[in-house]
Design a binder for this molecule. Sequence first.
Ligand code: GLN
Length: 495
Amino acid sequence: MQDSPTIDLTAIRDGIASGALGAERTCAAMLDAADRHNPLLNAYHETFREHAIAAARKVDEDARAGRPLPPLAGVPIAVKDNVATRLGRTTCSSRMLESYRSPFDATAVERLVAAGAIVVGKTNLDEFAMGSSGEHCKWGPVRNPWDPTRVPGGSSAGSAAAVAAGLCAAAIGSDTGGSIRQPASFTGIVGLKPTYGRISRWGLVAFGSSLDQIGPMTRSVRDAALLLDAMSGVDEHDSTTADLPPTALAATVERPLEGLRVGIPRQYVSDANDPEVNAAVQAAADAYRAMGATIVDADLPLTDVGISTYYVIAPAEASSNLARYDGIRYGHRAQLKPGEDLFTLYARSRSEGFGPEVQRRIMLGTYMLSSGYYDAYYKRALQVRRRIKEEFDRAFASCDVLLGPTAPTPAFGFGANADPLAMYLCDVYTVNTNIAGICGISLPAGTAVRDGKRLPVGIQLQANAFEEERLFRAARMLERALAPVNAAHAPVVRA
Ligand code: GLN
């Protein structure tokens, strides 16, 4: 791809289909790169070389025989390890599910595979997708390919690192409060949180069921469009999917929007952000203006309240979703000594199986759902949630997309946000997208220098529910305008 610093999935797909790139060669090269760089990055906890090479060979045979190829034929894809795959294990980077093997593929995976994609491995995450740094994985922290002394963001840490370092063509992540977009911004890639209901959650291990969405993590906007097209659409296994056909964004993504109105909420450009983050938002606004778009002021006074709302709703839903891991029905089972009872088995299995952050969320959630506190916390949070949604509806009445930072800072160092509250604040610009059920995309928008190293800075575009077509066309315009800036630098660790 001409205006992308690295070859993207679309270019790989075209190369495979035309015979210019062999599927087997491409797959082997990425798996070799994974073998070389994974000991440092820790992006994958498992790769599937034998399976992937056999599948790629079949694509090359079909191409040689002139048989029609499906739209993603031969492209190597990594899958976050809270998304069920029949291949390998589905562990959520937790001791609780350390040896769990799924008997089925998640709908999103099944659809990608049906479209010809090849699953090359499972990527590390913050345990059960709770975290913003990639530091809380059973298999140790994931490292940022731009500066391995820093975090890649989370919770889709391994997926982000693998895409940025070229260890796959694209990856699947999940986003409950920012877990696709924030690591995308920390690693210089594109990450989409689709509208709630756009992609089936069947096979995504539940964290906050009213917030969770699967989404693509890619090296270009057009790649994200292609993957959303392949994964989206109603699914009989998930009653929360919208009754809509799959998107067809690849066909429209290159078309700039006439008369585009871009809103910048005043709350998004804050002194609490690092200066390069505010500068990136400004540069994006200037680029839009130069393309003829109108920049309008927007007002989202409930922006700050999002964090407290999210950190009530998400732990409450998590405490209920994670109740099933009791050592009997699912998950790690502790050893009992003779005479110890069932309660001890539950308590010990859960204490041994879950890490500290997951236990914190379960306790918070259980407390907030308990009688006497339910109204004060959970019910209140649901009321604020409605207000946040109404606030977005008002903002979108006068603009097509909202522009702002994805995260207040670029990638931070290991241990820098060891205080859980400091870590939660990293999500200030992402959680409201999930709370309101709308869509948001993070795009690379230049770099900042920290300790002499280049780090990517991301910006986020948000659009109202089911307005992905507008979101993607606006995102592609900006990607094209920022291409020279983004092509100037690349990760230090890459294939
Ligand atoms: N960082 C947020 C959390 O810790 C979001 C996680 C996510 O989107 N899965 O809950």
